[in-house]
Design a protein around this ligand. Structure first.
Ligand code: COA
Ligand code: MG
Length: 302
């Protein structure tokens, strides 16, 4: 099995909804939603004047309302801002699964948080995600991803941020994200080089169903694990697009069954219905079936 499968067997991250930490109506809504993960945002979705209140509102909310099947992510402000350190301490006390760091530009940006977490007795299971949303962040993505491999490294996932990247570069919003695709693929490749997950950027026009569907399809074909979302209406389509294809699952099961036959036990490559199938395909098949099983299990609960 490959390393990314070993690290987190079939963790679903198809739909990753952003919820402003100070929006009590939106916070209350989470309990009824079918997203795989929620990013509780203390950064851009909260005004400067409301940062302290947002920390308190979110802490109160997470103390009483939490669903085991939704990954809990808290996005803090950068440690380079006056809010970052307070956010980090507050987030730590909320015991999330993940802390999401905005505007990560260098390995040091990750390392300083890793050191801070160790000094503050964070659980080993606490993961870090990084927003890659500045020109330097994109250029340094490979080096940043490497921090996930170091001893005690907590980095687990990249999220490219296109709103910031457009602002920083002047590249406009065009159909098909035409001039942004190379940077998205660069971030994706950097993530995969270290076995990290990677989530596609937000789509701002939440009334444009067709545009959103097209961008989900594009993100899936580019290899993303899921999509960062801004509105509940985007959850269903994201779950579908980043889910599994039934025919592909059937084919995956036949690959697993074929390699399980005694006659194929020592073979590296087999002929399956006229197709060459190697053990790397078996790894992919196992991963896909594990994802299908996780979706099935989650569907039964909700
Ligand atoms: N999470 C949970 N619930 C949400 C939500 C979200 N991100 N966005 C909207 N809702 C809820 C609303 O509270 C409302 O429920 P209610 O009637 O019980 O209050 C319902 O969904 C319909 O909302 P709607 O009227 O269509 O939108 P809105 O005007 O309330 O909010 C936005 C629109 C864009 C302000 C809101 O979706 C939002 O804040 N999104 C997240 C933005 C963010 O986090 N940005 C930073 C990262 S990119
Ligand atoms: Mg941003």
């Amino acid at each position: 099995m490959n390393s990314s499968l070993d690290r987190h067997p079939a963790r679903l991250r198809r739909s990753v909804l952003c919820v402003p930490a100070d929006n009590v109506r939106a916070l209350a809504k989470v309990a009824s939603l079918s997203c795989d993960a929620v990013i509780y945002d203390l950064e851009d979705a909260v005004s400067y004047d409301n940062k302290a209140a947002a920390r308190k509102t979110l802490a109160d909310h997470l103390a009483k309302a939490r669903r085991g099947d939704i990954e809990v992510i808290v996005r803090i402000n950068s440690l380079k801002t006056p809010f970052g350190e307070k956010d980090l301490l507050a987030a730590l006390a909320m015991a999330p699964d993940v802390i999401l760091l905005p505007k990560v530009e260098s390995p040091q940006d990750i390392q300083s948080v890793v050191d801070f977490l160790s000094e503050n007795d964070a659980l080993d299971s606490l993961r870090l995600w990084a927003m890659i949303e500045t020109p330097r962040g994109v250029l340094n993505a490979a080096a940043i991803a490497e921090t996930g491999r170091t001893r005690g490294g907590r980095l687990d996932c990249f999220v490219p941020g296109l709103n910031d990247l457009r602002k920083e570069t002047g590249v406009p919003s065009l159909p098909g994200r035409v001039y942004l695709v190379p940077w998205l693929m660069q971030v994706l490749l950097a993530a995969r080089s270290c076995g990290l997950d990677v989530i596609d950027a937000v789509f701002n026009d939440f009334h444009d169903d067709a545009g959103f569907a097209a961008e989900c399809a594009q993100g899936r074909d580019m290899g993303f694990d899921g999509k960062m979302l801004i509105h509940p209406v985007q959850i269903g389509p994201a779950n579908r697009h980043f889910g599994v294809d039934d025919n592909a699952v059937t084919e995956a099961r036949s690959i697993i069954d074929a390699f399980a036959l005694a006659e194929n036990a020592d073979k590296a490559v087999i002929n399956l219905n006229g197709q060459m199938v190697e053990r790397l395909h078996l790894e992919q098949a196992l991963k896909l079936v594990a994802k299908a099983d996780a979706i099935h299990k989650k569907g039964k609960k909700s």
